[in-house]
Design a protein around this ligand. Structure first.
Ligand code: FAD
Length: 276
């Protein structure tokens, strides 16, 4: 069985906690390797990530994996969080630079994710399995695609054990990215991040800011379906499942699903992959 993992965001209200519990009760039947939980860079609600990591284990028996960002944080802030995570029994961390809410200038002590990876490694040796982000369609702030690849390699050289990609709908971009990384001597597994499609207009807005491309033919189809949510759901699940099958056949070492704390869109894709 190909390893799969899920990503969730930390719920902040009782309703959101109930929603996450409902989603995890269904999704855990797919036996995920781990469930990672995002972390709001520079936000005031960061403790929700550690609470969620504990909840995933206590209520669902799942390995909760915290994301950790360095932007806007001091070394001491990060040291304290790492100590907390170690005390909670965490063995895997997703290490990121993060994006500050716009208008904030405080950059923090560490500038790039590679510096965070090195810091974690220096402070905790091999205790944590360190995941980093990768961008098959290039990070939006990168000087260019090749510089971004070099910066990705820096994270691995600094001690990252594996990577999860930004989501994409062009499998060729993933294959080429992996090939280019291998040509630079990166051997770490690079797991594709998969975004099942539930709310297309929301996805389009989000994709613009994170630099993921929605191919024109998909946009056109979605537009043609209009308000026919059933047709949208079927088309979206078919298309994402077909891409996942291509990724698996092409050697992807696993699949990481961005669940947005919903079970249905991810299950629709996974059930199609399994029955194909
Ligand atoms: P980096 O790897 O540091 O790269 C950032 C930019 O700087 C890139 O353009 C890179 O090319 C450039 N760069 C890197 N090193 C150098 C250098 N030495 N000199 C010049 N340029 C350099 N955000 C959150 O806030 N919270 C989360 O929980 C979260 N989870 C994520 C999970 C995944 C799997 C992914 C793919 C992204 C996630 N993000 C999250 C978004 C991420 O924080 C942003 O994309 C952010 O802008 C970059 O983070 P990074 O770790 O990739 O940064």
């Amino acid at each position: 069985m190909l390893p799969i993992s899920f990503e969730v965001y930390p719920p902040k209200t009782d309703d959101q906690r109930a929603q996450l519990d409902r989603a995890m009760s269904k999704l855990k039947t797919f036996a995920p390797h781990f469930v990672s939980c995002t972390f709001g860079a520079g936000g005031s609600t960061q403790s929700h990530t550690s609470e969620t990591v504990q909840r995933l284990r206590a209520s669902h028996g799942l390995e909760g994996v915290p994301h950790l960002t360095c932007v806007g944080a001091s070394r001491e802030d990060i040291r304290a969080l790492l100590r907390l995570y170690r005390a909670l029994g965490v063995r895997r961390i997703v290490a990121l630079r993060g994006d500050l809410p716009s208008g904030t200038l405080d950059r923090g002590d560490l500038r790039y994710a590679s510096e965070l990876v090195r810091f974690i490694h220096d402070e905790h040796g091999g205790h944590f399995h360190i995941e980093v982000a990768a961008y098959p369609e290039t990070h939006p702030q990168a000087r260019d695609a090749l510089a971004d690849l070099d910066h990705f390699k820096r994270k691995v050289d600094a001690g990252a054990d594996s990577a999860i990609t930004q989501y994409f709908y062009n499998a060729d971009a993933y294959f080429r990215f992996v090939e280019d990384a291998r040509a630079r001597g990166v051997e770490a597994p690079i797991v594709p991040g998969i975004m099942p499609i539930s709310n297309f207009s929301q996805l389009r807005r989000f994709s613009e800011s994170c630099g993921a491309e929605i191919p024109r033919w998909i946009e056109q189809r979605m537009r043609a379906f209009g308000d026919d949510t059933g047709a949208v759901r079927e088309f979206a699940a078919d298309l994402v499942a077909a891409m996942c099958r291509r990724l698996i056949e092409g050697g992807a070492p696993g699949l990481h699903f961005y669940t947005l704390n919903l079970a249905r869109p991810t299950m629709n894709v996974l059930s199609r992959i399994r029955t194909a």
